[in-house]
Design a protein around this ligand. Structure first.
Ligand code: HEM
Length: 186
């Protein structure tokens, strides 16, 4: 059942491995999987896996590095944006920047992911344009990956060289199933 055992797409595990391989010494991915009780070779791009596996791997990475779990999730979210954009580049309009990408994520990006990829099930994002300088994003997912969502938004701002002018703040508990995220533009 989705509510008791939510699953995360293999592409996210693949990118997590890439993140670990690029930022931590060789052999760390295997070590993290050993500690987490997961199998380092088993994550495939076309399947999905229990969210507890990704949480267990991130917990191990936190123990190893001393970096808090939520900081790691956010950093991973920032990191994965260029690869996600590459995978779904045909859906990104060339004139879009952070504001437009966020406005279109639910309908265009996550919509495309749902249509193209039967094993993926991205979270629901309700994006409200309060005005030209403020978006409120309502994240809803049983997977409770709000910190990753915050990181992805920051990563999008980095991608467009707008990190100086875009401020991302969770307005409610980022570990809950529903998270309100405030995105302000200078
Ligand atoms: C704009 C391009 C984007 C693409 C191509 C994209 C694609 C994806 C894909 C393929 C997944 C895996 C789904 C699964 O596990 O079944 C995913 C999950 C996720 N996406 Fe997106 N995404 C995009 C933007 C965003 C944005 C802007 C946010 C944040 C507000 C976001 C938040 C998340 C989170 C937190 C997850 C993890 C699963 C969950 O929490 O339920 N994504 N996305």
């Amino acid at each position: 059942m989705e509510s008791t055992s939510p699953r995360v797409h293999g592409s996210i595990f693949f990118l997590l491995k890439k993140f670990v391989d690029q930022n931590l010494p060789a052999g760390t991915w295997a070590r993290l999987n050993e500690g987490a009780g997961t199998s380092p070779e088993s994550f495939e791009m076309t399947k999905n896996y229990p969210v507890r596996d990704i949480n267990a791997i991130v917990d191990e990475a936190s123990k190893l590095t001393g970096t808090p779990v939520n900081v790691l999730k956010e950093k991973f979210g920032e990191y994965l944006v260029p690869d996600l954009f590459l995978l779904y580049s045909s859906y990104l309009q060339p004139h879009w920047k952070t504001f437009e990408v966020l406005e279109n994520t639910e309908l265009v990006m996550h919509g495309a992911v749902r249509r193209l990829n039967s094993t993926a099930n991205p979270p629901i994002l309700n994006v409200t344009k309060v005005n030209d300088k403020l978006l409120m994003i309502d994240y809803f997912s049983h997977r409770k990956m709000g910190c990753l969502a915050v990181g992805i938004i920051k990563g999008i701002a980095w991608y467009y060289n707008e990190s100086d002018t875009v401020t991302v703040t969770p307005a409610t508990d980022p570990d809950a199933e529903r998270v309100q995220i405030k995105v302000e533009f200078k």
